[in-house]
Write a protein that binds this ligand. Structure first.
Ligand SMILES: [Zn+2]
Length: 218
């Protein structure tokens, strides 16, 4: 059972389809692992559906209504198949379906870039409004101290990490805003794999971090 969830406003934005694709993927992946948020989203979607029903036909074209309903149906189907269908042979069992479908490849086949104790893969490379990465933090190791301009959400997929705000296990979401300079540390027993979405660039803090900022955009 996960204990660190997206906040209500994020779930609301997700339920009405109002999140950028990287954040929507992160929330969808969390809800695949978290029955609590899955139910909350279902409730929010049904409230949104009722509101849509109440709108006069002139306020909303048939097309947009049916496209919203089709999206909701699609999500239900995805959640149901995640819950019931066995994982295809050879697939990564640590990847819940929304993320597995997006990546379309096994974790080991992705183009990981090793940077010290952290390896990463850039996702959604064409989106300038988000930095989206899969991270693999070596067990027992610290990520370089860093801060962000915007909000960073980190969803744990396997292993676990801690920072000054808590301990995060599979399915948990850690939230860091621009006031937090943080340094996640992976647990000792296994590498920690996460999906991290930042809505602005990440800057390394500390003397070594400042040098590294020149070497690469972290
Ligand atoms: Zn949750």
């Amino acid at each position: 059972m996960t204990s660190h969830h997206p906040d209500e406003s994020l779930l609301q934005a997700y339920a009405i389809g109002n999140l950028g694709e990287p954040l929507a993927l992160l929330v969808a992946t969390h809800t695949a692992l978290c029955p609590l948020c899955r139910n909350a989203v279902r409730d929010l979607e049904s409230i949104a559906g009722t509101l849509l029903d109440d709108l006069s036909p002139t306020a909303l074209s048939e097309d947009s209504l049916s496209s919203v309903l089709a999206q909701l149906d699609g999500r239900e189907t995805a959640a149901a198949s995640e819950a019931s269908s066995p994982v295809a042979e050879g697939a990564d069992t640590i990847l819940p379906q929304p993320l597995r479908g997006y990546l379309g490849r096994r974790l080991s086949d992705l183009p990981w870039r090793q940077r010290g104790v952290v390896a990463d893969v850039a996702l959604f490379p064409d989106r300038k409004d988000f930095t989206t990465r899969l991270l693999r933090i070596r067990k027992g190791c610290r990520v370089p101290l860093h801060r962000h301009e915007g909000l960073e959400l980190t969803l744990v997929l396997s292993g676990a990490f801690s920072d000054s705000q808590g301990h995060y296990l599979r399915g948990d979401i850690a939230v860091a805003n621009s006031s937090v300079v943080h340094q996640p540390v992976a647990d000792d027993d296994e590498d920690c794999i996460c999906l991290a979405v930042t809505d602005a660039p990440v800057y390394l803090a500390g003397p070594i971090g400042r040098l590294l900022n020149f070497a690469f955009k972290y």
